[in-house]
Design a protein. Sequence first.
Lengths: 133, 121
Amino acid sequence: MTLGITTYLIYLAVSIALTVWVARTLHKNGRVFLVDVFHGNEALADSVNHLLVVGFYLINFGYVSLALKLGYNVATAQEGIEALSVKVGMVLIVLGGMHFFNLFIFSRMRRRASLQNGPPPIAPDGFTVVQEA
Amino acid sequence: MPALTVLYDPLCGLCRRAHGWIAEQPKLVELSFVPIKSEEARHRFPNLDHARTLKDLTVISDQGAVYFGPKAWLMVLWSLSKYREWAYRLSSPELLPTTRRVVSLISQNRYQISRASGLSR
């Protein structure tokens, strides 16, 4: 096995492990938000949560796969580690970006939902007797 | 769902136009419209200061909370699903003074505005 192939394999292993870790974190901790957004409808929350994670996996694995090619031969171990650090660093940044985007979506959904049962914006000028029509 | 009653001035073209627009908007709160100085208004709100309803738009909740002028407009915005965010924004301490000024300006000149824009018949 050449050094280049080893670099690729390590890159794949690290990227896939990282993606799975972030996706699981998102799946586990995003659920609470979604249950709140859907007013305790857990079945719907789980469904949306799962769909979001599937999208997350698709985009990230797509990126990992596209960014695999190095474009030059790795001759020494030092070169291999350097190539690896650039590639894994890029994957980390994409994962971070995706993660914050997901958080943004969660918080926006939650804000929308909480707006719906928000209290009146201001205090009344007074009170009066209301007769039935 | 709470309900709000809006007392509006049927003699002013601008108000009729606003009434039509509000009636078409999707709502988070039930709104009903009652013309000012009408039998219905006096019957339903016997203790209300009806002279004041001539000057300002008035909104009354089913609990009897009364909102006049700018506050009434904020309550109307709050009742519309697309504009609830705006109600909170416009009632924030930074924007509330401007909201009050603009609403009273339009409210005081509503007959002139209606005439100038050709809304009064």
